[in-house]
Design a protein. Structure first.
Length: 105
């Protein structure tokens, strides 16, 4: 994907997704580490249906996701990965809420 087109697509997706990862809902950043290495929450454009599986570069097949989710998904279908990721995030939120409410006796 050419840089100009990628930037236009990212801008549209960023507005549609309110700057959040399509899988885990964390806030995305466009910045990278010195040397160009991405942070865990650096935005990447994800093909929902992989091009190798017949997916296209059309907007309806693209989503902004964080670098971590993009790396973790592997060859898993996007719907399955999104379901697993959302459950994982919700269980972590519940665990953090429990721990934050805990007070030593």
């Amino acid at each position: 994907m050419r840089r100009r087109r990628r930037n236009r697509i990212a801008k549209v997706l960023r507005a549609a997704q309110h700057g959040r990862c399509a899988y885990c809902q964390r806030r995305l950043t466009t910045s990278t580490r010195p040397g160009g290495r991405p942070y865990w929450n650096t935005e990447t454009i994800e093909h929902l249906q992989r091009r190798a599986e017949g997916g296209t570069d059309r907007l309806e097949n693209l989503a902004l996701v964080c670098y971590e989710c993009n790396s973790l998904r592997g060859s898993m279908p996007w719907v399955l990965f999104a379901t697993i990721r959302q459950r994982h995030v919700r269980s972590l939120e519940r665990m953090l809420a429990y721990c934050n409410g805990w007070r030593p006796g």
